[in-house]
Design a protein around this ligand. Sequence first.
Ligand SMILES: [Zn+2]
Length: 111
Amino acid sequence: MLYSTLAMERITMTTIRTTCSTCGDVELTIDDVGLELSPGADEGRYRFSCPFCGTVQRRPASRRVVSVLLATGVGYDVVATASPISEDEIAAFSRALDGHGWFKELVASDS
Ligand SMILES: [Zn+2]
């Protein structure tokens, strides 16, 4: 009994660090975070509600981030269609276009 209680406390102590666009660096518990995955895709996005300002935000989650979040016990939803593109994603996309490797990556990812 005692051991299982301790184990649960250890799990709920897991914190996830991310950045709120208003508050800066924030620490979240797994209950604050949810993953949104598309069917058949390795990557997805995670959403969180900032503990300070309460805003719900979404960030792209790479395959690695997805597996780390799942391993820490974050819940997930499978979403059929992607939610509207955020300004962060547009910025990341235009940064990627400014680089020179994007065409190669596009061709490589098609295989
Ligand atoms: Zn915030």
